[in-house]
Design a protein around this ligand. Structure first.
Ligand code: SPV
Ligand code: MG
Length: 312
């Protein structure tokens, strides 16, 4: 993954025509040898920052994208708004992006359409959760009706038949979120594996990792396990390595950091009646220009707007 091209601003040939991003994500998610990390991105800028920090893969978070658009994480944003944001993230980073596809925005037909469009826009993978449309964020309220196992398996099979190996398919189990027990979670994991999922995302709202670790120990890595430790954030990642978990998603931390930073700076500008005091605490304009590769534009201008005169 380190060797990928840096040429996204160089207008190269269609770089998404092959499935290299999906292969890169598959290598991350589906490897039990090494624990991988996906960092949340909700727009091109947060994706570029995560890439600069060193992350090798991204999570296009439904919660964070909805939040940045001013929507609730309850399928208020449409599937085409989601794919538009994903395209910008992929364009700005060229990292493999696992997209939070919620429940697929409907039945098998909506799910396979979403997967096809995500694939066309350069996504590397899709996570589909066994919720009903419209979904509600896993941490809001207590009513999270689960999809019927067979119906949801049909959604997975339809996606697999549509995008084959060109998009990693992660099946997300909401059984523990919905208050069902471990048996139900394992039953669903087995069904989703049989339906063609590449990995299982098991979600929990507990403040400790106990039920996730118990799932991992029962499941025995029949398929690689992906987790989202938003609520059990105190658990050291060594516990996940020891449990053979494949991938950890830091699901919403850039979005929450941005909220805290923007709230802080807005409050200070009002309180201090000016901007002199905050200047040292915010990104410089040079950092903005560097992040967005203004240097590449200058080189392109030299090449295309002011080419050397061949007669000289
Ligand atoms: C997201 O980031 O949108 C997720 C993870 O689905 S969670 O918010 O924890 O459900
Ligand atoms: Mg989500």
């Amino acid at each position: 993954m380190q060797n990928q091209s840096q040429s996204f601003l160089a207008n190269g040939p269609d770089r998404y025509a092959d499935s290299s991003l999906a292969e890169m994500l598959r290598a991350e998610i589906c490897s039990n040898r090494e624990l991988s990390f996906l960092m949340e991105a909700h727009d091109a800028l947060s994706g570029a920052i995560a890439k600069r920090a060193g992350f090798k893969g991204l999570w296009a978070s439904g919660l964070s994208i909805a939040c940045s658009l001013g929507y609730r994480d309850a399928n208020e944003a449409s599937w085409n708004q989601l794919v538009d944001v994903v395209e910008r993230i992929v364009d700005s980073t060229e990292l493999p992006v696992l997209v939070d596809g919620d429940g697929g925005f409907g039945n098998f037909n909506n799910a396979r359409l979403l997967a096809r469009k995500l694939r066309q826009r350069g996504a590397a993978g899709i996570a589909l959760e066994d919720s009903c449309f419209p979904k509600m964020n896993s941490f809001v309220g207590d009513r999270h009706p689960l999809a019927d196992i067979d119906e949801f398996s049909g959604r997975l099979r339809a996606v697999k038949d549509t995008v084959a190996e060109n998009l990693v398919l992660v099946a997300r189990i909401e059984a523990l979120i919905a208050g069902h027990g471990m048996d139900e979670a394992i039953l669903r994991a087995s069904a989703y594996a049989a339906a063609g999922a590449d990995a299982i995302l098991i979600h929990s709202r507990k403040s400790t990792a106990d039920e996730i670790l118990s799932f991992a120990s029962t499941w025995q890595n029949c398929l690689p396990v992906v987790i989202v430790p938003t609520k059990y954030y105190r658990t050291p990642v060594s516990a996940y390595r020891d449990a053979g978990i494949s991938t950890v998603i830091w699901a919403n931390h850039s979005m929450r950091a941005a909220i805290a930073a923007m709230r802080h700076v807005c409050g200070r500008i009002i309180a201090e009646d000016g901007i002199a005091g905050i200047e040292p605490d915010i990104a410089t304009l040079d950092e903005v220009f560097d992040l967005l590769r203004y240097d590449e534009l200058a080189r392109a201008e030299a090449r295309y707007l002011h080419p050397p005169d061949p007669r000289q």
